[in-house]
Every structure is written in C-alpha cells, then in structure tokens.
Design a protein around this ligand. Structure first.
Ligand code: KG4
Ligand code: ZN
Length: 346
C-alpha cells in the first residue's frame, strides 16, 4: 500500500560499531542537530572493538544522547515525523540496541521507523554539505570495514565497480598502526606520524595498480610493512618513514583506482566517504588528480567521514520522504550487500 511521504523532521540513530550517533534531519531545513559519543577509549586497551562491550555502552549512552539531540533542536518528540536507524551492516548486538530503541520510540509516537544501510549513509554523506554533488557520480567508500568503488546513478541505484579482496583500507591503517605500536584507533595516529616521515624512504609496492580492474588488496602491503619494520633499527625516524611509505602506497593506489573508475564511467564527479576519507594526504592527492584529469571531488567534513548519526537521519529522511516504510519487526542485517538496495518506489 502506498503511503504519503514524511515531510517532518526525522531522528537518526547509528549504533553499528563503536560510535553512538544521533541526529535530526529536516527534509526542508537540513540537519538540525547531531551528537556523537565515541567508545574509542573503552576499546583502546584491547586494541580493537569488543562487540559485547560496544553493545552495553550503546545501551548506556543512547537514551541520554537522543534526549540531548532533541533538546538541541528545540523540538519535542511529537514534532518528529519518523525515526531512522542503522539496520546493517555491522555488529549484531550493537545494531540491535539502535534498532530496538528506534522502533520502540517510533511505536510510542505512532510514526514510521526505517532501517537504513550504513554504507548508503556514508555514500550520501557529502550531500549534507553545501553545494552537494548531483548523481550520477562515482563514490570511493573507504572505512574500517569496507573499501569499494561504487557508481551512484540515483538514490538507491548503486553499482559496485570494485572492492577490496582482503583488508579494508581503514583496517590496513589500523593494523599497520598496531604493528608500529601506535594507540588505537590507529588510522588518525598513523596519518599524524606519516606527516613526520619521508614517503619515499621505503619502496612499498602499489597493490594491484599495475593490473587492470578496480579491485583493491592491502594484505600484501601489510606484510611488506611488517618485514620493513623487523629489518629496521626501530628508531622513531624509521617508524615515521614506514608510516609515510605505507600511507603513500595506500593513497597512490586509491587515487589510481579512482582515476580509472572515472575514466571507465566517463564521469567528472567523485565523492569520497568513510573514515579513511578524513585522511589529509588522500584528500590532497585526489584534488590534485582531479585538476589533471578534469574531475571534481566532494568530501564530507571529517566528522561526517567517520560514523555518525547525521548520515543515517539524512538517508532515512530521503527514503521516508519517498514513501518508504519498514515493517514493524525489529530486524537487523549484520551482512547486507549495498547492491541489494532498491531505489524507493515513488
Ligand atoms: O567509517 P568509519 O568511522 O567506520 C567504519 O564504518 O568502519 O571508519 C573508521 C576507519 C578506521 O579504520 C580508522 O582508522 C580510519 O577510518 N580513519 C583514518 C583516518 N581517520 C579515520 N584512516 C586514515 N587516516 C585518517 N585520518
Ligand atoms: Zn562506517
């Protein structure tokens, strides 16, 4: 049965991993407020996310975060037209916390709730910024769990052009950081260290750049870094050089694949999303490549590159406005291929 689109503000809830994010997005006025609580300190001593601790912390933080986000907008719950939550992909227990809370809230308010795909949230995050890109565009999604190149024809019409064959780009950053003894989460720490090193001190290979296709692979690079570190004098200078060499190899590979994807699609618009999109070296290299090849790159602000509630409220509002509705069940999809999404039936 077709239902009218939601035109009132939508509350978004993100709990797929180790960040509790809440936001309110208004279809007419844009983003009204967003709040984020990062569990990074909680997981730091384990060197990675502990799923059970993540779930329990979402339970602790989410109610207060929903309250403070709503207060920041000046709205009351009755002003909301819908609730969107991350239904997947992600950690099952963590997803269930957000899905349960969002559905309960929507049920109590008698408004629709919609499960949103986390990567679609990332993919469309640049649209939260002023002067947003219009589809069609090519998107590079590089996060802790995913690395992919996607052709975005329209909302919900995504074609996978290439993906990682092993580690995600963020995962490679995190593992390399751990190897070099940097604190969790490793990506930003490794990027900061790389800024002090010489990118050409170590000749790391540029994975798969010499072969056709748009897939990535980072596990071989990880092994090269491990060997270089073992053979080095383990000085601070060697650590910084290895970090710089690693970052240069990842950046060059990602940029090379983006250029190839844009040529293949005859596209002039590139969108970068996901946590690694916050990397300054990657941003600078893409802007430079675009100046040479004639494409423009859009980035979300760094806080919307990593996990956040704003991207979920945004996608939820777009889909709810198009009349999409979830059924009442609290259903999560820890594994959920992006390509299985459909454009909303308007
Ligand atoms: O998108 P995101 O917040 O979470 C996932 O959905 O995975 O991405 C987190 C990933 C982590 O691997 C983190 O180390 C990486 O993004 N990251 C970075 C930077 N900031 C975050 N990697 C490289 N340079 C950065 N500045
Ligand atoms: Zn993410």
């Amino acid at each position: 049965m077709a239902s009218a689109g939601v035109s009132k503000p939508v509350l978004g809830v993100e709990t797929s991993c180790d960040e509790t994010g809440v936001a309110v997005y208004d279809p007419a006025r844009g983003l009204l407020a967003h709040r984020l609580y990062s569990q990074a300190a909680l997981h730091a001593e384990y060197g990675g996310v502990v799923p059970e601790l993540a779930s329990r912390d979402h339970v602790r933080r989410l109610p207060g975060l929903i309250g403070s986000t709503l207060r920041a907008t000046g709205l009351v719950p009755r002003d909301l037209g819908g609730v969107a939550y991350t239904a997947g992909p992600g950690l099952a227990g963590a997803l269930l916390v957000g899905a349960g809370a969002a559905r309960a809230l929507a049920w109590g308010l008698e408004i629709p709730a919609l499960g949103v795909h986390h990567m679609e949230g990332h993919l469309l995050a640049p649209l939260l910024e002023p002067d947003p890109p219009l589809p069609p565009f090519v998107a590079l999604l590089v996060s802790g769990g995913h690395s992919m190149l996607v052709n975005v024809a329209a909302l919900g019409r995504y074609a996978l052009l290439g993906e990682t064959l092993d580690d995600a780009a963020g995962e490679a950053f995190d593992k390399t950081a751990m190897l070099l003894g940097l604190p969790y989460p490793g990506g930003p720490a490794l990027a900061a260290l790389a800024a002090q090193g010489r990118p050409d001190a170590f000749a790391f290979a540029r994975p798969l750049l010499d072969r056709p296709g748009l897939d990535f692979s980072f596990s071989g690079l990880k092994t090269q870094v491990l060997l270089a570190w073992r053979r080095s004098d383990r000085s601070d200078a060697a650590r910084a050089d290895i970090a710089a060499g690693f970052q240069a190899a990842v950046v060059e590979t990602l940029v090379g694949k983006c250029r190839r994807a844009l040529r293949q699609m005859q596209g002039t618009r590139l969108v970068v999303a996901g946590g690694v999109g916050a990397n300054r070296a990657l941003r600078e290299a893409l802007v430079q490549a675009g100046a040479q090849d004639g494409f423009r790159t859009w980035f979300p602000r760094p806080e919307f590159c990593t996990d956040n509630g704003a991207m979920i409220a945004h996608v939820g509002a777009l889909r709810l406005a198009a009349g999409e509705r979830g059924n009442e069940a609290i259903r999560i999809r820890p594994r959920w291929p992006l390509e299985s999404l459909a454009a909303p039936a308007v």
